[in-house]
Design a protein around this ligand. Structure first.
Ligand SMILES: [Zn+2]
Length: 289
């Protein structure tokens, strides 16, 4: 599932590829893609609009439109945004097609059909949710702090971990309303780098561990971006190419392999319903668990 580095890679590419292009025609090929908005209304709002820039917020690709709106795309498990500058056979799992006035196009392909699109008020994306999100409210209004932004300081992280002190650290890192953009892969790699066990209670981390985790999160995310993201099954960038970060994993998907730091065997466990990897020697089991 694409996380911050994968979505950042796509957004940076698309910024160069589609900025300044005007939407001539939008067609949805999967009725749930624009839910709850009907596809024909969605198309009517999009057609004639010019894309003024592309960026990332959390795990959303944000295509800014002239006026104040933005088209946001959630890739979820298998979504791909593919730029087409010449006639090509449609992707077999195409779910939407955005044709630009100059003849180029953007295809949305999605094998598993969990991806979604919405047209939202662009400013609403950048407010940091002050209150807890209620079930059913759209996530994009409650996104947390961007871990590569200046707001994300050691002090902010320490206070956040104290506030949510009873939560296990790994599921807490995946909560998009706290820190935005981190998913399973980069949480696992960051906890290994910081030498923190995934089941530690957030409030139990010492000052040195919080500092290490802060550094580790930024380090793994930046490295992910530098390597163009991680391709396991479906992730492709906007040109249809794979990333290279999957060759750089230290513990993710490395069960039974030696820990690159100490040589102990990497273990696979399940934490909060997600497959998790850690080194039993570098990342000590919390006491009383
Ligand atoms: Zn180790």
């Amino acid at each position: 599932m694409p996380e911050l580095p994968e979505v950042e890679t796509i957004a940076r590419q698309l910024h160069g590829l589609v900025t300044g292009r005007t939407v001539a025609h939008f067609r949805s090929e999967w009725h749930r893609l624009t839910e709850p908005e009907p596809a024909d209304l969605f198309a009517a709002r999009l057609e004639g609009r010019t894309i003024t820039g592309v960026r990332r917020r959390a795990k959303f690709v944000v295509l800014e439109l002239d006026g104040a709106d933005a088209l946001i795309v959630s890739l979820r498990m298998t979504g791909q945004l593919l730029f087409r500058d010449r006639e090509m056979k449609a992707h077999p799992y195409r779910r939407a097609h955005i044709a630009f006035a100059d003849g180029t196009a953007l295809e949305f392909a999605d094998t598993r059909k969990f991806g979604r699109m919405a047209i939202v008020d662009g400013a609403a994306l950048d407010g940091i949710g002050q209150r807890r999100r209620r079930v059913g409210e759209p996530l994009h209004r409650y996104l947390g702090v961007e871990p590569l932004s200046r707001r994300f300081t050691v002090r902010w992280l320490r206070e956040f971990l104290q506030r949510r002190g009873r939560a296990a650290i790994k599921p807490l890192l995946l909560d998009q309303t706290g820190i935005a953009g981190i998913g399973n892969i980069y949480a696992i790699e960051a906890l290994w780098r910081a030498r923190v066990h995934p089941l530690r209670k957030a409030g139990s981390l010492g000052a040195d561990e919080v500092e290490r985790l802060h550094e580790a999160l930024r380090w793994v995310l930046r490295k992910g971006i530098r390597f163009g993201g991680a391709s396991r099954r479906d992730y492709r960038d906007a040109r249809g190419k794979e990333g290279r970060m999957q060759q750089e994993f230290n513990v993710y998907d490395q069960a039974g392999e030696p820990c690159p730091r100490c040589g102990a065997e990497v273990m696979r466990t399940v934490v909060g319903g997600r497959g998790t990897f850690h080194c039993p020697r570098c990342q000590r089991v919390p006491r009383r668990s």
